[in-house]
Write a protein that binds this ligand. Structure first.
Ligand code: PLP
Length: 283
């Protein structure tokens, strides 16, 4: 497998890292997960823009321009003869340097790599919906940065899985922020609610598109947080992410949402997503 390493391409097995590496030792870095459908990127520009926003937020100097990394990611798909559904994982850290908290010397190059991976669409879950549990959002105050520091997200997702659930719905101060690796939406009386894109959530690339889909379908979407208690009376609940698309949530903490079936607005947004991504309708 060919991977992008620093500013060039190499084979996967040729890539090694020293143990004194900022990403490994401090989680001092950022990443992106970009969807690929039938060998083509979906929302690549949005992901590259967010990568640069995250980099600026942590004062990380990326060793490429937006145009260069865009071209290189396209080249990465070509070199791997990618034709299936998958993702690219890209991460950039503050580089390799002796361990000390403050930034290393300014001329220390960032460590960057990106690789492709097959990832089929989650058809069964997209069709039938998934279950979730609620958990306290114990993350830091800068969740808008797609940081490598994911321990609270890891623990939340693990807790969900140990309870037989797909996702953990995070709540902070009586408001639902987002999922452990997704954005969250509640539908009540044909109205869609989701947490505003403040520093308390990651503004998902799919979330940005869902706002447009809702506008096109003429459903009001209000960026206003809802409470965990409101979930019990929701007409529909769904999540979005690059790997989960528009995913119905049909059960929370063991209780069904409405009749326990994916809702009609969720279905319409799924169809809009599939049209936008130019992929087949599975529902
Ligand atoms: N929120 C969190 C915490 C995430 O980790 C993710 C993606 O993995 C998302 C939201 C959704 O972002 P996107 O739609 O860009 O995949």
């Amino acid at each position: 497998q060919t991977i992008l390493s620093q500013t060039d391409f190499t084979e996967r097995d040729d890539l090694t890292y020293p143990f004194e590496e900022r990403g490994l030792q401090f989680g001092d870095g950022i990443y992106e997960v970009i969807r690929i459908y039938q060998g083509s990127f979906y929302l690549l520009t949005e992901h590259v823009n967010r990568l640069f926003r995250s980099a600026a937020a942590i004062k990380l100097q990326l060793p490429f321009s937006k145009q260069t990394i865009t071209n290189q990611l396209q080249e990465l798909l070509a070199k791997n003869a990618m034709t299936t559904d998958g993702i690219v994982y890209l991460q950039a850290t503050r580089g390799s340097a002796p361990r000390t908290h403050a930034f290393p010397a300014a001329d220390t190059p960032a460590n960057v790599y990106a690789y492709v991976k097959d990832m089929p669409r989650k058809r069964e879950e997209i069709i039938n919906g998934v279950s979730a549990i609620t958990q306290r959002d114990i993350r830091w105050e800068n969740c808008y940065i797609k940081s490598l520091n994911l321990l609270p997200n890891v623990l939340a997702k693990q807790e969900a899985q140990e309870n037989g659930c797909f996702e953990a719905i995070l709540e902070r101060d009586g408001r639902v922020t987002e999922g452990s690796s997704s954005n969250l939406y509640l539908v009540k009386d044909h109205h869609i609610y989701t947490h505003p894109a403040t520093n308390q959530i990651l503004n998902g690339c799919v979330r940005m598109r869902v706002k447009q889909f809702a506008a096109d379908l003429e459903y009001p979407l209000t960026e206003e947080a809802f409470s965990p208690e409101a979930i019990a009376n929701a007409d529909e609940l769904f999540l979005t992410s690059s790997t989960s698309e528009v995913m119905p949530i049909v059960m929370v903490n063991g209780k069904p949402i409405a009749d326990g079936q994916p809702g009609s607005i969720t279905r319409q947004l799924q169809t809009a997503y599939e049209a936008d991504a130019q992929i087949s309708n599975v529902t």
